[in-house]
Every structure is written in structure tokens, then in C-alpha cells.
Design a protein around this ligand. Structure first.
Ligand code: UDP
Length: 238
């Protein structure tokens, strides 16, 4: 365990939205830079990091199918969107001197390695950040479910879901002024109270495999390190 840290190996889930910053679409290079800087610090301290990226800043299958597209076809477009984000993130990490590898669940040899579990683990052991792209490779899934799956596969100590709010609330804090933030909440409570965290498949996967899930605010600089050190940022789902 790196000195002063609570976790040795983590899976960080970055939504596409997180990468678009204040823009309504696409990738904000300043967000990528800030992220890369934060990741560099913790990787240099010896923390092993894998990242699952979303694609909602570019394309979501559900939105495509609502506009009349075939759902599976639309989902494949969504998966390709996550590859674009993964490559942008890799570029940012590279520019900040962080070694990384993109592993895609859909084969595309020219731009990314294919996902191989043991190879991903080996990369992390060598201090490389592994970026998982193309979701699970299957339509009808989300990148939250992918993140939960990969966290279990690589033996992560924790899955960290980066959001724009500082944790999980009893109700939507934007709509309900009486909403209270949880420091800790069980998976079961998240499921039964339908707390808006991740889709049920992702939560169930974490629950069944006792994968701790930390939901935290990525927009506060330094939160990745604080979360990794076990400081009380966000909400822990256990
Ligand atoms: N997707 C998919 N299978 C997966 C992961 C993702 O089909 O295993 C597609 C799906 O269309 C989804 C899109 O990729 O809408 C982008 O992923 P997601 O919506 O999870 O991204 P985020 O909300 O995290 O930005």
C-alpha cells in the first residue's frame, strides 16, 4: 500500500460529461489537463489506477434510439464515442508524462490494445494507467456497469465514481432543499430507495462482489488524492 493511502489499486469511472467541463458537448482540453495533473500525483505516489471512460458527451445509445435508430446500432456508436474520450485522455496523460495504455473491448488494433485482463493488471503494476474503452463491448450496457465489472476483474480495492455533486443525497438536492447527504449508505438502500447513483446492474455487480463504491465530486481539485487517502469526500456505498 502506498504510504498514507487507503487504497492500492482503484478503478476510476469518468463520465463523458466530466470531460466536457462547462461546454455542452465534446471534450474540454483544460479539464483533461487538470485531470492528468491530479492522476500524475497519485500515480507517482505508487497508486495503481485504471479508468473507465463514458461517452455521453458525444453520443448515447438511448438518445439515438429515441430518435428512431436501432438501439443496438446506436449503442455501438456510443461505445465508439468512449474510444474517442479514451484517446483524448491518453493524450493528456502523455503530455503530463504519465505512461498509459488504452484497452478497448472492441478490437481496433491501430489505436488501442484489446482488453486483456492480466495484461491490464501487469500495466498497472508497472505504473501505467490503463484506460478501458468501448464499454463492455456489448449494447444495452452502460459504462457504469463496465466500471463495476472491470473493478471486480482487476481486483480493485474500490471503484470511484467521479460526478459533479459531492455525494449521494436522500433526494435530488437541486429540487429538494431538505435533501441530506449520506456519508455512507448500503447498496441495498441505494437499490430499494432508487437513489440516483448508477444503474441497477452496476450497483448489483458491486453489491454481489462486495466492491466498495465511492461517489465523489471531481470538480474540486485534489479530490482524487483526498478520496484515495480515505478522507471523507463524497459518499461510500458498502
Ligand atoms: N455503451 C454500450 N455498452 C457498454 C457501454 C456503453 O452500448 O458496455 C454505449 C451506450 O450507448 C451508452 C454509450 O455507450 O449510452 C456511452 O456510455 P455511457 O452512457 O455509459 O457514458 P457516460 O454516461 O458515462 O458518459
Amino acid at each position: 500500500m502506498p504510504e498514507g493511502y487507503k487504497y492500492n489499486r482503484v478503478l476510476l469511472k469518468l463520465s463523458g460529461e466530466a470531460l466536457m467541463g462547462q461546454n455542452g458537448y465534446g471534450i474540454d482540453p483544460s479539464v483533461i489537463d487538470a485531470l492528468a495533473e491530479e492522476i500524475k500525483e497519485v500515480v507517482n505516489d505508487g497508486v495503481q489506477i485504471a479508468i473507465t471512460v463514458g461517452g455521453g458527451n458525444i453520443f448515447r445509445g438511448v438518445a439515438g434510439s429515441a430518435n428512431g435508430m436501432d438501439r443496438a446500432q446506436a449503442d455501438y456508436i456510443g461505445m465508439l464515442a468512449t474510444v474517442m474520450n479514451a484517446l483524448a485522455l491518453q493524450d493528456g496523460l502523455q503530455r503530463h508524462g504519465v505512461e498509459s495504455r488504452v484497452q478497448s473491448a472492441i478490437e481496433m488494433h491501430q489505436v488501442a490494445e484489446t482488453y486483456i485482463r492480466l495484461r491490464a493488471i501487469r500495466h498497472m503494476e508497472k505504473g501505467r494507467v490503463v484506460i478501458f474503452a468501448a464499454g463492455t463491448g456489448n449494447p444495452y450496457f452502460t459504462t457504469d456497469t463496465t466500471a463495476a465489472l472491470r473493478a471486480c476483474e482487476i481486483g480493485a480495492d474500490c471503484m470511484m465514481k467521479a460526478t459533479k455533486v459531492d455525494g449521494i443525497y436522500t433526494a435530488d438536492p437541486v429540487k429538494d432543499p431538505n435533501a441530506v447527504k449520506y456519508d455512507k449508505v448500503s447498496y441495498l438502500e441505494v437499490l430499494t430507495k432508487e437513489l440516483n447513483v448508477m444503474d441497477a446492474a452496476a450497483i448489483s455487480l458491486c453489491k454481489d462482489n462486495k466492491m466498495p463504491l465511492l461517489v465523489f465530486d471531481l470538480t474540486v481539485h485534489g479530490n482524487i488524492r483526498r478520496a484515495l487517502k480515505g478522507e471523507n469526500v463524497g459518499t461510500l456505498v458498502y
